[in-house]
Ligand binder design. Structure first.
Ligand code: UDP
Length: 353
């Protein structure tokens, strides 16, 4: 384990597991802006140290390179624990499915134990994938889902479902103040070009003059939430005084077919790209849209950034990343990164074991 220590230990502490990831790094920045001391925890499997570059000199920020599948050091304590640790794109989480399942189950347990011994609030990043290929539309939190237990998405879907079960057992047993967010497709700057998701794939293909890959007919739908809205939703879920007592959907209800998204990306990038159809992945959900009534009522939260507004900054991010004059090698993290990725931070002399 590599530990980079914060110099300023005053104030409330948040532990963000998956803190070097796309969503996690934005959350870390938001928490630091709110005056929190933040410990980011990440195994850098899909996250990248470059995502934390803005925080490298921040005295209230520290980083621990650690895989949540392994127990955390007993002296790690936090007033709020955010569990965002898990590969989230289908190609990434299917690349090492057993690790994905263990990350969700063992990782969540280890992080729940931090919240339990600290008396802190725990926020679980669950997912719309718990609804599987939904038979209810839009999806409400009381829908139990339609998930294939044995398919290639099961490592993620069932892992996240098991993690929710653990979360609610900890809550029922009074061990921790646990809140569960069901996160729907989220996009924005800091997505990785090789993540394999629809937004990153289409934008990178359009910017580099490649054909846009559309799986199946492209008539399947998703609802896309901009990253700043998601960060605000996660913060509010952690901050609301009364425990919601059940899961809370977080996502933007604006629903688009993949074909419509491709048309928007093509227009915004002014790309002359063609479209190439590829087979629909196994168990690919046909429709997805959150019912966010609970989040609106309990958190006073509603997304503000619609797709037409969120795509341009996302395109700008990839444009800069892919521009040959401005190479950003850290944006393409190696699959098996090694320790010591934040040279600007002081390394604690005695790494916690
Ligand atoms: N998809 C696509 N082309 C791509 C990548 C994804 O048509 O290059 C489709 C995929 O089959 C799914 C939707 O876009 O129907 C969203 O896929 P993504 O991997 O972003 O996330 P998911 O919501 O499936 O977890």
């Amino acid at each position: 384990m590599t530990v980079h220590s914060a110099k300023d230990t005053a104030g409330p502490t948040a532990l963000v597991a998956g803190g070097a990831g796309f969503l996690g790094s934005h959350l870390c920045e938001a928490l630091v802006r709110k005056g929190w001391r933040v410990i980011a925890l990440d195994n850098l499997q899909t996250g990248s140290a470059s995502n934390l570059a803005r925080l490298a000199r921040e005295p209230r920020f520290s980083f621990i390179e650690h895989d949540v599948c392994d127990p955390l050091p007993s002296d790690v304590m936090a007033d709020r624990v955010f569990n965002l640790a898990c590969a989230a794109s289908p190609p990434r989480y299917q690349a090492d499915p057993i690790h994905t399942m263990m990350t969700s189950v063992n990782g969540t347990r280890h992080l729940l134990d931090v919240a339990a011994r600290s008396g802190g609030v725990f926020v679980q990043a669950s997912t719309s994938e718990v609804y599987g290929d939904p038979e209810q539309h839009p999806q409400r939190e009381d829908y139990w889902g339609n998930v294939n237990t044995t398919g290639p998405r099961a490592c993620y879907d069932e892992g996240k479902r098991a993690a929710e079960a653990l979360c609610f057992d900890y809550l029922r047993l009074g061990r921790a103040d646990v809140r569960v967010a069901r996160i729907f497709n989220t996009y924005g700057p800091r997505m990785q070009p090789d993540d394999g998701r629809i937004v990153s794939n289409l934008i990178c293909q359009a910017l580099s003059g490649q054909p846009l890959t559309i799986y199946g007919t492209g008539e399947q739908t998703r609802s896309f939430c901009y990253v700043s809205d998601m960060v605000e939703g996660l913060w509010r879920l952690s901050d609301v005084a009364d425990n919601p007592g059940g899961p809370v959907n977080l996502g933007n209800p604006g629903e688009f077919t993949i074909n419509a998204l491709a048309a928007m990306v093509t227009a915004m990038t002014r790309a002359g790209s063609t479209v190439v159809h590829q087979p629909l992945p196994v168990d690919d959900p046909r429709r997805r849209r959150p019912d966010i009534g609970r989040a609106e009522a309990l958190l006073g939260w509603t997304p503000k950034v619609q797709l037409a507004k969120g795509l341009p900054p996302t395109i700008a991010w990839f444009d800069k990343l892919l521009a040959p004059a401005n190479p950003a090698p850290a944006a393409l993290p190696p699959k098996r990164p090694r320790a010591g990725r934040l040279p600007a931070l002081a390394v604690a002399p005695a790494a916690k074991a």
